[in-house]
Design a protein around this ligand. Structure first.
Ligand code: ADP
Length: 157
């Protein structure tokens, strides 16, 4: 069974990586799909985000990294995947994620969203938190993979 893990990944954090590493134990293949949303300003380009994810998932055989624009369900149909993988950190995630899962199901009844609860130590972690810390010179090496930390430091230096 193929699962798609869609997201902005701007940039990928250890929280995302944890979901991917646990996802590959549950599914035959996980496609990490970088959403390119022209209305959302991102720190890293689509190509850079793909490169960052490929680098830190290189140790996982059954992970593919790709990008898409438009509706997630259309992308899932195209990739013949019926599962969307998402992570849940806090209650506020649940509200947003549930709404998205219902929306996606209304667009394609064949799709199921599977949620993995965050590993406790990453429950506060988001790409925005990392960017905010880095912007003010704080340490981020415990929050993102080494290659990503380098890219962020270069950006803010
Ligand atoms: P989006 O803009 O689609 O929310 P993100 O890159 O912020 O994209 O997140 C992608 C998915 O990963 C979401 O389901 C989000 O809840 C989940 N996620 C992000 N950070 C963590 C974390 N620290 N632990 C578990 N899940 C996470």
């Amino acid at each position: 069974m193929v699962a798609i893990y869609p997201g902005s990944f701007d940039p990928i954090t250890y929280g995302h990586l944890d979901i991917i590493e646990r996802g590959v134990k549950l599914f035959d293949r996980v496609i990490v799909a970088v959403l390119c949303n022209p209305n959302k300003q991102s720190l890293f380009s689509q190509e850079k985000r793909i490169e960052q994810i490929r680098h830190c998932t290189a140790h996982l055989d059954n992970v593919e990294v790709d990008s898409f624009t438009g509706l997630t369900v259309e992308y899932a149909k195209q990739r013949k995947a019926r599962v969307l993988l998402r992570g849940l950190r806090v209650l506020s995630d649940f509200e947003k994620e549930l709404q998205m899962a219902h929306t996606n199901q209304s667009l394609w009844s064949g799709v199921e969203t599977v949620f993995l609860a965050t590993t406790k130590e990453y429950s506060f972690l988001s790409s925005s938190v990392v960017k905010e810390i880095a912007q003010f010179g704080g340490a981020i090496s415990h929050l993102v993979p080494e290659n990503v930390a380098k890219d962020i430091l270069m950006h803010y230096s």
